[in-house]
Write a protein that binds this ligand. Structure first.
Ligand SMILES: O=C(O)CCC(=O)C(=O)O
Ligand SMILES: [Fe+2]
Length: 327
């Protein structure tokens, strides 16, 4: 028997049950009617009302919590090695309209993509070494230290200094460091262009593009509070496409610190667990609200590589030797 006819049969059976129950009830009422001197006594099926109320309450509770509670889905687990994992999302209107000013830069699709095959482990290590060598000369007292090789900005205590103006930093960076940096940036730029269906040369690197080091230390300034949900295009006006290259492993180098996309449409948080060499790329509009979980232990290194379609916000690749330029 197929499932349809089974279902029909079950329906018939329950109708039948229902009928018998009604007949039984009617009988009871009739008897009572006959017995009463004062005509028919009003009857009310208390028990049925009670069970139905409980049932309805149950259904409402399930619906309420089912829609209220955020589900969590992993977009990329640390243990996975992904060629390419993409998720498309409808572009937010404001963002798409704005981009129409920049032909060749309007995304053919919005959303996000994660790849572990774009940047090799040795490239990631070379960049990690740059970040570490630079950050030794500063470091936030709170949980977030940044180093921007373009502007020279480096967190120090509660402020920022220009690393290129510090004494004793002359030999910190080598020419090869900047070559690596540029090679990786160009690869990411092409991957962003390819994935979102735009012209690579319509994309410009923009400010801020920076290394970040996150720890569990309590925040001392607003710059240390990296865990607030935000839209990159609102936080950093020039951004149209954001990419993140992770230089450390979630669950090995640090705990906490997962990247989380907040998808209101289906009440789902989608997480990207950092993995060394993993690149996450996404459109910077409100279709991609996100935050970084607080790091609970260890140290998390990453680099944010940002792109704009607007040439007036373009920044140059950092060059060696920067120190001489900045004096
Ligand atoms: O480090 C990350 O995973 C994301 C950082 C971020 O959201 C940002 O720089 O805007
Ligand atoms: Fe962000």
């Amino acid at each position: 028997m197929d499932s349809k006819s089974k279902q029909a049969k079950r329906k018939d059976a329950s109708k039948e049950k229902f009928k018998t129950k009604i007949t039984a009830d009617e009988k009871e009422t009739d008897e009572k009617e006959n017995k009463s001197k004062y005509g028919p006594m009003p009857t009310f099926p208390y028990q049925r009302v009670f069970t139905r109320a409980i049932l309805i309450l149950g259904v409402l509770t399930v619906v309420y919590f089912g829609t209220k509670e955020n589900k969590e889905v992993a977009l990329a687990k640390q243990k996975e090695i992904l060629q390419h994992r993409a998720q498309d999302i409808t572009c937010s209107d404001d963002y798409k309209t704005e981009l129409e000013k920049f032909p060749g830069c309007v995304p053919q699709r919005c959303g996000r993509v994660v790849s572990d095959k774009l940047v090799s482990a040795s490239e990631a290590d070379a960049l990690l070494s740059i970040a570490k060598r630079g950050m030794v000369h500063g470091g936030s007292e709170g949980g977030a230290t940044i180093l921007d090789l373009h502007s020279g900005a480096l967190s120090q205590g509660k402020n920022f200094v220009n690393i290129y103006r510090l004494k004793n930093v002359k030999d910190v960076f080598k020419k090869a460091d900047f070559t690596f940096y540029k090679v990786v940036k160009t690869k990411i730029q092409h991957a962003v262009a390819h994935h979102f269906g735009i012209q690579p040369n319509s994309l410009y690197l923009t400010h801020p593009t920076f290394f970040s080091r996150l720890t569990a230390a309590p925040a001392l300034t607003i710059h240390d509070e990296y865990w607030h949900p935000h839209v990159d295009k609102e936080t950093y006006e020039s951004f149209h496409y954001t990419s993140l290259l992770y230089l450390a492993d979630y669950g090995r180098d640090f705990e906490g610190g997962r990247f989380v996309f907040i998808d209101k449409d289906d009440n789902t948080n989608r997480t990207v667990e950092p993995r060394k060499g993993r690149v996450s790329m996404f459109t910077s509009g409100s279709e991609n609200v996100h935050y970084v979980e607080r790091v609970t232990s260890g140290t998390r290194y990453a680099i944010t590589v940002s792109f704009t379609c607007d040439e007036k916000y373009a920044i140059e690749d950092p060059t060696f030797p920067q120190m001489e330029h900045k004096h």
